[in-house]
Write a protein that binds this ligand. Structure first.
Ligand code: BEZ
Ligand code: FE
Length: 296
């Protein structure tokens, strides 16, 4: 290293330390987060030797993300998702538990206020797609059924869209249920389809520039809550989907990939119905971790 380089290095270090010190009076956790953020951010700028033009392009990117964000579109969550930051947050907060169902990202299409449906009802409510019979069981780590668990479920239609992305306020392919005395519930829905994440904004351009896929493999979302247990936010993915290895948001866990077998038209469904068209089915047992510190 030349003496000039050594002087520059010292100036850069000194600036980082000065900024870190400026947050010293913040509350302890805030200080921990900000000082680490500043150190990593400065290290990144120094490592790639960020130019003023590149810094400016980054600011323009964030400005555009802010402009496109509204009540129905959240470009910053999308950015966090494609950078793997959402999934890394899920990962650090879900210590390895050998029995509980694994978590994955919530995604931007969860909506409050879904209809409460009863066992055996149809959540599709007009969303397009092939009918799918779903059977779910919710159990504790010790294998006991959990009655009264609240199971929220939502998914895209085979047009690749969630209800909140279509015009109008009608909720479709989205509902919540409570498990019965055996911890079970059943419903009709639609076979999940792969779909692209919203790609008409800065995040879509970022993926295109990197030659990355904007597709999410076919999946159905679940949010399950039960007294005495940690909330479970997860998906079930359709086995065989061509995008499982290239999920745009890194949300796939092998343990969450399940079969959705096809049944011919006229085969009697578990609720006694005989449909005029082919249908699919899926059954899965969710295991909820006990609330409180992990025992793993
Ligand atoms: C979703 O699965 O709904 C989703 C997750 C992350 C980004 C976009 C969509
Ligand atoms: Fe989704």
């Amino acid at each position: 290293m030349t003496s000039g380089e050594r002087a520059n290095h010292a100036r850069e270090e000194s600036l980082t330390n000065e900024v870190v010190r400026s947050f010293a009076a913040a509350d302890t956790r805030l200080e921990e987060i900000l000082s680490s953020l500043v150190r990593h951010l400065h290290a990144f700028i120094r490592e790639v030797h960020l130019t003023p033009e590149e810094w400016s392009a980054g600011i323009d990117f964030l400005t555009e993300a802010g402009r496109i964000t509204d009540g129905r579109r959240q470009e910053f969550i999308l950015l966090s998702d494609v950078l793997g930051a959402s999934m890394q947050t899920v990962t650090v907060n879900a210590p390895a538990n050998p029995v509980a169902t694994e978590s994955t990202v919530l995604g931007p299409f969860f909506a409050e206020g879904s209809p409460l449906l009863l066992d055996g009802q149809d959540i599709a409510r007009g969303a397009p797609g092939s009918p799918c019979w779903v059977e779910v069981e919710v159990r504790s780590e010790s294998g006991e059924p959990i009655p009264g668990a609240r199971v929220e479920v939502w998914g895209a239609g085979d047009d690749g869209l969630y209800d909140v992305q279509r015009s109008g306020d009608e909720m479709a392919n989205r509902a919540h249920f409570f498990t019965d005395s055996q911890g079970g519930l059943r419903f009709w829905g639609i076979l999940p389809s792969a779909y692209p994440i919203p790609a008409d904004g800065p995040v879509g351009r970022l993926l295109a520039a990197a030659g990355r896929s904007e597709m999410r493999p076919a999946h159905l979302h679940f949010l399950i809550t039960a007294e005495g247990h940690s909330p479970l936010i997860t998906h079930l993915f359709v086995s065989g989907d061509r995008y499982l290895a290239t999920d745009a948001v890194f949300g796939v866990r092998p343990s969450l990939v399940v079969d959705f077998p096809e049944h011919p038209a006229q085969e009697t469904a578990p609720d006694g119905r005989r449909l005029e068209r082919a249908w699919h089915s899926m059954s899965h047992t969710f295991v909820m971790a006990e609330a409180g510190p992990s025992k793993a």
